[in-house]
Design a protein around this ligand. Structure first.
Ligand code: DHB
Ligand code: MG
Length: 224
């Protein structure tokens, strides 16, 4: 936690413009005030996502699981011409997220789409197929963990070759590799790791993380 604070104070100081410290702080405080769970990505993880979007020169980004829009704000600030579509199942969360996103001034480039990912992703896939929206260069999956694999599978068809698919929370304090589990979120993490391992369309790695959000990790996959 001290390392996160130290690093961010130098690498994303309060005077940093994009996203502004005010917008990020507003998103966290407004989310808490409205009763949203405190499970957004950490500031360092948010910046990591924004940097991935910059590296990929992403123009179209898909997010599954908006929550209060904290990671959405980071992603949308990767460049002035990035567009983000973010899927959220909870109407209250989506409303809070839209307010948080507007505070960051990126509401013109962000669409929060209400509905379960498992239903909304096929709709988005159809829009991509019909040329109504571009293919994605970056996909961030951070929703109901049981459907991790279904979201990855759907995302591949909507992504450009070379696109990056990132799945949050696959390590879960090491549970990923620790014996039997009754936790469907851990089962969801194992399923996505094991299925991607067998899938010719992707090349992937798990990167473990520590810091403000404890011991966890991302799965990072590239679409061949
Ligand atoms: C949980 C979900 C998340 O997306 C996260 O970052 C941390 C925890 C959860 O469902 O417990
Ligand atoms: Mg998460």
């Amino acid at each position: 936690i001290a390392v996160d604070a130290y690093s961010l104070s130098h690498l994303h100081p309060k005077t940093s413009t994009s996203p502004s410290a005010e917008a990020l702080e507003y998103a966290l405080i407004n989310s808490e005030k409205n009763g949203l769970p405190d499970i957004a990505v950490s500031p360092s993880q948010g910046k990591f996502l924004m940097i991935q979007a910059k590296i990929l020169k992403a123009k179209n980004i898909l997010e599954v699981g908006t929550l209060g829009g904290y990671s959405t704000i980071w992603l949308a600030n990767a460049s002035p011409d990035v567009k983000v579509i973010s899927v959220e199942v909870n109407e209250h969360h989506a409303e809070v997220a839209r307010a948080n996103i507007a505070k960051s001034g990126v509401e013109d480039r962000v669409q929060v789409r209400l509905g379960p990912g498992i239903e909304v992703l096929p709709q988005i896939a159809e829009e991509v197929k019909q040329g109504k929206r571009g293919k994605f260069q970056l996909v961030f999956i951070d929703a109901d963990k049981e459907n991790n694999w279904n979201y990855v599978d759907a995302a591949i068809g909507m992504s450009e070759p070379g696109a990056c698919i990132i799945v949050d929370n696959v390590v879960r304090k090491g549970s990923l590799a620790l014996g039997n589990t009754q936790d469907p979120r851990v089962e969801g993490a194992r399923k996505v790791v094991e299925n991607i391992g067998r899938d010719e369309r992707l090349d992937a790695v798990v990167i473990q993380t520590v810091g403000e959000k404890n011991y966890d990790g991302f799965l990072i996959a590239v679409v061949k």
